[in-house]
Design a protein around this ligand. Sequence first.
Ligand SMILES: [Zn+2]
Length: 238
Amino acid sequence: MPPRGATVAVVVSRLSDAEREGIARHLLVAARLDAPDRVPLDAVARTLGVDLAPGAPPGCAGTFEGNPLRIRYNDRGHPAQVAAVLAHELAHLAAEVAGVARPHDEEDIDGIAAALRMPRAAVLRAIRTVGWNAERLGGAFPDVEPSAVFARAARVAEGVAVFRAGAGRTIVADERLEAPPVRACERRLVAAVRATGRPAVDPSGLGAWPFVDPGDRGGIVVLGPSLAWHLAHLAESA
Ligand SMILES: [Zn+2]
């Protein structure tokens, strides 16, 4: 029991990846979409009786109102950016339907939004079809910013995506995997892309690709299955 007079902080635990998946899937099923390859977000909203009102309040990309159901969103800009805002607001609706307490954790909402735009089954199908090829995976989800596609693929298919922009390095992997360290293999691939501006692929299955998100300067993604990553690490440290 806390000492008298102490403030008890309420720690709201984040949702797990599986919970985020479930919440997104529930909304898609409610919109009568079963394992689609591409999710028509505006059709989802309409099927669910959500009024879509272009034009968000100043300083805000989008808002979600519960009564009546309405999403106001900025409909100007690159289609992928507009879709990102719409998916984010629909994810708030999905969280609401699932009974997630308010205020919603924005990282949870972004996770649910990613699962709405790129259903797990569709991502796995795409990887089976095109492999761990960033260019072709991006092509499988043309309505989504490339970086979001790579991050989603790494999370749902036990891969690794390392984003390099200037000196920055960000890793996305399955939440159960330990983040891999920078290794010679990654450095080699990134150096090759920087030198040529073209993709570079390693026999281990890892590759590096230059990419640009709409409205961004872009960077390089190192992408591949995590098993290959760890095998390559073993080989290099042997
Ligand atoms: Zn939000």
